[in-house]
Write a protein that binds this ligand. Structure first.
Ligand SMILES: *Cc1c(COP(=O)(O)O)cnc(C)c1O
Length: 480
């Protein structure tokens, strides 16, 4: 069994084993003709259930053959141009190389004595990101597992900086289309059930700053404390970007911590043509970035950045066995001092390999391409009488709904759209998402694949219309 441990004597086995796995995936990528097979839960469950985990196969090839049956064959493939559903990107190869290196060396980024150079690489990437944002010389941050954790940590710092007598008096302001992790964070942070104030959005799904100002005034009048305003730079559903400069003004006026959730929009930091959309982000107290969304990185790769490194102390705890206080004086960089996690992956290496291979411009060009594609898709939808489209995209999402001429009952239209999404998923021809807008069911494309073309979008719109029409036809038959 020792032969399975990675060390000097097993290097050759490691090479063969991993190469064999990579060959399988490469073969899969080359032959995948649909984003999904349409497999059902009921079909897949018994295949996994029947496997006896107490009877190992002892053979890499056999294990990979089995993996083909239980996973690879029916996985959802984000690299396929007709995967258009969620904020998942196809990944860039330099990052995969980083992934292979980081998991084999298995550094843990909590302390210097578990990572050495890894710590410095992560710090340099944090500095690089903070500089792109424009946070100033005192900025810092740390890699996290994802935007959810980044938002939680940012709000933790905001809560501690608010120095309230009672948690019940704290209020967080976020738009009605902000990410649900803001509310989840508020709960985890012990804030009251009504702590998150939902600020209405305008026609373009951007926070209404006049409404925000009213809410902040009301907050002050009621003797409550404006702990933070969360501005979303790239809402998950619409890609809309809240008016950052105006929000920064209001935060300064009312003494609120400004957090920018740029989990999605952070790709603009590398964009060659759209960086201006993030103007105002440099005034944030904290920023969430998800490299695993718009930097084409594998999950997970994310960070939280802060304007003032000193605020990270709110996450600092010392343990004698790991990061004793004296190490701070010895100037030993222990990243655990800034993190909510302890043992932590060296995810930063993926971004490092990416920037060293392609450069930021390479990433920015890919993101610009998908934003261009969304503009094309919007034109297609706006000109197509079969569809209603919600907002002109700033980033790369399109939210739309099939609207049959002959049907006026909005609930029936809802059902037709939901049916079309399900039927499309079951066919595996394409994968799209759904969401609600103005109380009605809509469908959503999240375009993050530069390989997707306008022709793909047109073809998927035809497929959706076909499924929706089939549903409506059958429902007419049922009624008559
Ligand atoms: C995706 C997303 C999050 C959550 O990020 P995870 O990496 O999925 O945890 C937070 N905010 C916004 C705006 C997002 O789009």
């Amino acid at each position: 069994m020792r032969s399975h441990l990675l060390n000097d004597t097993t290097a050759e086995r490691y090479r063969r084993s991993v190469t064999e796995g990579i060959e399988r995936v490469a073969a899969k990528l080359a032959t995948t003709d649909r984003p999904f097979t349409g497999v059902t839960v009921d079909a897949l469950t018994p295949r996994i259930e029947q496997i006896d985990l107490d009877r190992p196969l002892h053979d890499t090839t056999a294990v990979l053959d089995e993996l083909e049956e239980v996973y690879l064959r029916d996985a959802v493939y984000f690299h396929h141009p007709r995967y258009l559903a969620h904020l998942n990107c196809p990944v860039v190869i330099p990052a995969l190389l980083g992934e292979a290196v980081l998991s084999a060396v298995n550094s843990s980024l909590d302390t210097w004595d578990q990572s050495a150079g890894g710590t410095l690489i992560e710090r340099k990437l944090i500095d690089w990101t903070a500089e792109r944002i424009g946070l100033g010389p005192a900025a810092d941050g740390v890699f996290t597992s994802g935007g959810t954790q980044s938002n939680l940590q940012a709000l933790l710092l905001a809560r501690e900086e608010a120095k309230a007598g009672s948690l019940a008096t704290l209020r967080v302001f976020a738009s009605e289309v902000s990410h649900f992790s803001v509310r989840k964070s508020a709960k985890l942070l012990g804030l009251s059930a009504d702590s998150v104030v939902s600020v209405p959005v305008d026609h373009d799904k951007r926070m209404q700053t006049l409404a925000l100002a009213h809410e902040l005034e009301r907050c002050a009048r009621d003797g409550l404390i404006p702990m933070a305003v969360v501005a979303t730079a790239g809402t998950t559903d619409f890609g809309s970007i809240d008016p950052l400069p105006e929000i920064a003004e209001l935060c300064a006026r009312f003494g609120a911590w400004m957090h920018v959730d740029a989990a999605y929009g952070c790709g603009l930091l590398a964009s060659l043509r759209r960086r201006a959309l993030l103007d105002g982000i440099e005034r944030a107290d904290s920023v969430t970035v998800d490299y695993h969304k718009s930097f084409f990185q594998p999950v997970s790769s994310s960070a939280v950045l802060v304007r003032d490194a000193a605020t990270l102390r709110h996450a600092t705890y010392h343990a004698e066995y790991l990061n004793p206080r004296r190490m701070v004086h010895e100037r030993i960089p222990n990243q655990v001092d800034k993190s909510l996690q302890t043992t932590r992956r060296f995810d930063a290496l993926k971004l490092w390999m990416t920037l060293r291979t392609m450069g930021a411009d390479g990433i920015g060009r890919l993101f610009d391409e998908v934003c261009d594609l969304a503009e094309e898709g919007w034109k297609l939808l706006a000109a197509d009488p079969r569809y209603d489209v919600v907002v002109e995209p700033r980033l790369s999402t399109l939210v739309f709904r099939y609207i049959p001429r002959a049907v006026t009952d909005p609930a029936e239209i809802d059902r037709a759209n939901l049916y079309a999404r399900k039927a499309l998923f079951a066919s595996g021809d394409a994968v799209v998402a759904s969401t609600k807008a103005d109380g009605r069911h809509y469908l959503k494309f999240t375009l993050l694949n530069p390989e997707t073309s306008a022709a793909d979008i047109a073809a998927v719109l035809d497929l959706i219309a076909g499924h929706a029409e089939q549903y409506l036809g059958e429902s007419l038959d049922r009624a008559s």
